[in-house]
Design a protein around this ligand. Sequence first.
Ligand SMILES: NC(=O)c1ccc[n+]([C@@H]2O[C@H](COP(=O)([O-])OP(=O)(O)OC[C@H]3O[C@@H](n4cnc5c(N)ncnc54)[C@H](OP(=O)(O)O)[C@@H]3O)[C@@H](O)[C@H]2O)c1
Length: 248
Amino acid sequence: MKKTAFITGATSGFGEAIARILSKEGYKIIALGRRKERLENLAKEIGNTHIIVADVRNKDEIFKAVENLPSEYRDVEILVNNAGLALGLDGIKDAQIEDLETMVDTNIKGVIYTTKAVLPLLLQSGNGYIFNIGSTAGAWPYPGSHVYGASKAFVKQFSRNIRNDLIGTGIRVTEIAPGICETEFSDVRFKGDKERAKKVYENTDPIKAEDIARIVLNCINMPHHVNINIVEAMATAQTWAGLHVEKR
Ligand SMILES: NC(=O)c1ccc[n+]([C@@H]2O[C@H](COP(=O)([O-])OP(=O)(O)OC[C@H]3O[C@@H](n4cnc5c(N)ncnc54)[C@H](OP(=O)(O)O)[C@@H]3O)[C@@H](O)[C@H]2O)c1
């Protein structure tokens, strides 16, 4: 049995797919999310999983959960900071302030809390790996991306900056920045409007959660002396929109 992978947002999408692929590779899994039943079902299915029902926005919950890890799950070698969300697609004028705060609290503060809480365990391992799930939105602007894109720009620079701090510790850090992927992301963004969410992926071939999981595994399997700094992965069917010019 390999060591332990700590995955936030393991109740759906990328996090769940990453939990499955790493479990198949022989890692023990710590699966964190707010939806208890989904975590329980996943744990039942893949085995060797410790579940944490917690909200990454809650600093105390995260630190306590790490403090209280059972001894057989303290050998954490991999941290995947994946929990995150976009809320709404209105422009900044019409965006709801509570949605903007939720994105900052989840995508920025959540990543900071989990990294700080888990880092002592990664340092002990001598062979640690931190994956931070960013987005193409962190580098490339689009209408309605304001705070979401900016929160993912944080993830990009945080990933680079902590690499500097962690040199000499053996810890590798990779930002994975996906483009369009079919998960529950759009259901969440459009607050349960499933028809609108479905349209995002209609008549095209988005990335699948399993593709992102394979990227994670490929990075882990590189020799330890290789650090992949950033993987930006778009669907073949997606490119940049180009610069927009307003015409009179
Ligand atoms: N799908 C895309 O097109 C796409 C593209 C680029 C980047 N991303 C990023 O990829 C990551 C995963 O998204 P996904 O596409 O897999 O979407 P998803 O299917 O909606 O999964 C999001 C996961 O994050 C968890 N989560 C959200 N808020 C949380 C909180 N406060 N505390 C704990 N867990 C929380 C959710 O669990 P609970 O609700 O059970 O807590 C869920 O497991 C996100 O960071 C997202 O921004 C997605």
